[in-house]
Design a protein around this ligand. Structure first.
Ligand code: GLU
Length: 477
């Protein structure tokens, strides 16, 4: 079998979104699985809507996802010469022709066909006129008037279109720019691309492209159309559904390996396996197990997949990421060693890196910045509890070894001596250390915070509780 050559040809009119990322991923995987080649081509013929900034953003997103291309990026805007050569060749061979009909005239023809219950199309008025070039003239393909255009879709099976439904579509516009269908066929053929794997929103272009392959005497590639990704309301996935660009997912703390894992599972399966490494995907990915029907984007599932991938990463690899995210929140005070101790506590409790950073805020805050809710202090720092906490604070200050085990032992003794339950004292301590009612395990949190932070926070919470206690006392008198 020939080497498999696939491509991803985004138009740089926006950032790389979930749908585009999945198309890129499937092409990349298919090429990698077959030890083939994956080509990147930027379809920037629409110079008004395309921008260098969006191209850079797309390249950055692909790079982050690890979808590395073997060739390119090629830019269509630099290849107009080639497209014109092929259009001119078709003109010379009598396989294309100039058309002088105005857009209004063409619209009227389409309307007329529509009113007659036919497919709206150009009626071929200029087909046999033998017109030459001139202002306002387009070049059209002389498409067959009868028969069928048939192709095998690797996912959807055979597709046949009656040629009477296809019209003499435009190859070169009046402003002398080539159309998408012409440019894409010339490029795919000249770049040796033999598998066109794309979203099924392009399915109506495929018969036209097949006709162009025939007219230009190019070898026809295989086509594979994957179903669109839908939002929960079964409409095409968009920002409306909260779907974000790939780089936004990066910013929100999703992992490239997890996003890839999630995206490939939208429509592809391998038994009931849900979690895959990149290597497993390359090994297992084929088009045989690609579904034919549209799939719905599910944010919760993505979060779950991300959480599972997050747990697989060695904590030392996450420390730098955590520090960056804390710095972005204006919390620069966490050094490498501290971050490496924080990560293992939060990793099992986070689905995204952002969630991890969010939960790490109290570790990173200065003692005086821990926010205490006065109501919470009133409720948990009762007079009795405050006495216990002051006593415990003294003991913790004197504790030589500040390890979890030593703290546990100290507290066990303390609870026995005072005859109170762990739960009663644990909650005010937790609030003092974190400002919150939920956190990782108390002893592990204390160990990571260390003696100085732990005792300083307990002292500050006690002082604040005195203050707020007095206020309530005076308010009630
Ligand atoms: N530039 C087109 C797009 O972004 C490519 C379509 C194709 O794969 O042929 O939709």
């Amino acid at each position: 079998m020939n080497e498999i050559v696939t491509r991803f040809p985004p138009s740089p009119t926006g950032h790389l979104h979930i749908g585009g990322a999945r198309t890129a991923l499937l092409n990349w995987l298919y090429a990698r699985h077959h030890q083939g080649k994956f080509i990147l081509r930027i379809e920037d013929t629409d110079t008004e809507r395309s921008s260098r900034e969006m191209t850079d953003s797309i390249l950055q997103a692909m790079d982050w996802l690890g979808l590395h291309w073997d060739e390119g990026p090629y830019f269509q805007s630099t290849r107009f010469e080639l497209y014109h050569q092929h259009i001119d060749w078709l003109l010379e061979k009598g396989l294309a022709y100039y058309c002088s009909c105005t857009p209004d005239e063409v619209e009227a023809m389409r309307q007329k066909a529509w009113n007659a219950g036919e497919k709206p199309k150009y009626d071929g008025s200029c087909r046999e006129l033998g017109l030459g070039p001139g202002p306002g003239r387009v070049v059209r393909l002389k498409a067959p008037l009868s028969g069928q255009t048939v192709y095998q879709d690797l996912i959807k099976g055979q597709n046949a279109v009656d040629n009477r439904e296809l019209d003499d579509f435009v190859l070169r516009r009046a402003d002398n720019t080539p159309t998408y269908n012409l440019a894409v066929v010339v490029d795919d053929a000249l770049m040796g691309i033999n598998t066109i794997l794309r979203g099924d929103d392009h399915i109506s272009n495929t018969p036209k492209q097949v006709l162009l392959y025939q007219a230009l005497q190019f070898e026809r590639p295989s086509f594979a159309h994957v179903p669109m990704i839908l939002g929960p309301d079964k409409k095409r996935l968009s920002k409306r559904h909260g779907a974000m660009s790939v780089l936004e997912y990066k910013a929100r703390g999703y992992l490239p390996g997890a996003l890839i894992n999630y995206l490939v599972r939208l429509g592809w399966s391998s038994g009931d396996q849900e979690l895959f490494t990149r290597e497993e995907l390359i090994e297992k990915f084929t088009l045989n197990s690609m579904g034919k029907s549209a799939c719905v984007f599910n944010q919760e599932k993505l979060d779950w997949v991300n959480g599972r991938h997050l747990k697989q990463i060695p904590p030392s690899d996450l420390a730098a990421e955590l520090r960056t995210r804390l710095r972005n929140r204006g919390l620069p005070g966490v050094d490498e060693a501290y971050a490496e101790k924080i990560v293992p506590l939060l990793q099992p409790r986070s689905q995204t890196l952002e969630q991890m950073a969010e939960q790490a805020v109290f570790f990173a805050q200065e003692t005086e910045d821990i926010p205490y809710d006065p109501e919470m202090l009133d409720k948990f720092f009762t007079t009795e509890l405050k006495q216990y906490l002051r006593d415990l604070l003294g003991r913790l200050e004197r504790l030589q070894d500040f390890s979890q085990a030593a703290q546990e032992e100290l507290l066990a003794e303390f609870l026995q001596e005072k005859d109170i339950k762990f739960k009663r004292i644990a909650q005010p301590i937790r609030i003092a250390l974190t400002g919150k009612k939920a956190s990782p395990g108390l002893f592990e949190t204390m160990e990571v915070l260390g003696r100085d932070r732990t005792t300083a926070r307990l002292r500050r919470a006690l002082t604040q509780a005195e203050g707020s206690g007095k206020q309530t006392a005076s308010a009630s008198t």
